[in-house]
Design a binder for this molecule. Structure first.
Ligand code: ATP
Length: 220
């Protein structure tokens, strides 16, 4: 059976999740306290309903516990977000993802048992900061507080060197897990793979070690 999703809060974030899930052909119920927002999603979601999700009877009447995954995307009203999450937990919803607005919000959400907490503004801010700081970094994914996967563009300083020549693992303690070259992707490249200018190296490792490697590219 197809999974069923419910999205609570149809701001920019919740709205885009709702659209993306619908585009995947999935069943989505869109819920918001604001009737105009709900009308906007009437043709996007499988069902769009007006309701205040801080009211337990509303969530019960929607049969919320039968949904496989509920996404709480109430942003500014932290109290409503926390209360909604708490009720969803109490009603026994299996999988709850909640958007956190700040660290305090995130802490409370994790205490009350949200299964997944996302912090899109903070994460996007960090990603953009990374790209601004280093011209060579195209994208980055934080794995933990100290480890990341980063896409780094090879420049002329390392063009023509093999992975072995660069001695990346021993010198920097990081690994190149793949190399994107035009439309090709070389997964788990061998040590004798020669890096060319404009290759995109996908590296994994500790942030401090990745930074040292980025500096090598910049010639420091
Ligand atoms: P964006 O994702 O656009 O940045 P945001 O983080 O500013 O949005 P808000 O606009 O604060 O998010 O809230 C998102 C939606 O949540 C709004 O459309 C709002 O009407 C809805 N919302 C707020 N409180 C409740 C509630 N108690 N029950 C249901 N929906 C609610």
């Amino acid at each position: 059976m197809k999974k069923e999703y419910a999205v609570i809060g149809l701001g920019r974030f919740g709205g885009s999740i709702c659209r993306a899930l619908s585009e995947e052909g999935l069943e989505v119920m869109a819920i918001d306290i604001d009737e105009d927002k709900v009308n906007e999603f009437a043709n996007v979601a499988s069902h769009a309903v007006v309701g205040d999700t801080t009211d337990e009877t509303v969530l019960k009447s929607l049969g919320i516990r039968n949904f496989d995954h509920v996404i709480v995307a109430i942003g500014d009203n932290i109290q409503a977000s926390i209360l909604t999450t708490l009720i969803l937990k109490e009603l026994g919803v299996r999988d709850i993802t909640v958007k956190a607005t700040n660290d305090y919000h995130e802490k409370v959400l994790s205490k009350i048992g949200a299964d997944r907490i996302v912090h899109p503004e903070r994460d996007m801010g960090r990603r953009i900061a990374h790209k601004i700081v280093s011209n060579n970094v195209l994208d980055y994914l934080e794995l933990s507080e100290e480890h990341s996967i980063v896409e780094i563009v090879a420049n002329e300083r390392i063009h023509g060197n093999s992975i072995m020549d660069l001695d990346i693992r021993a010198k920097y303690g990081i690994n190149i897990v793949a190399v994107k070259r035009n439309k090709d992707i070389i997964v788990s490249p061998q040590a004798n793979e020669v890096i060319r200018k404009n290759d995109i190296m996908i590296v994994i490792g500790a942030d401090t070690d990745i930074n040292r490697f980025e500096k090598r590219l910049m010639g420091d």
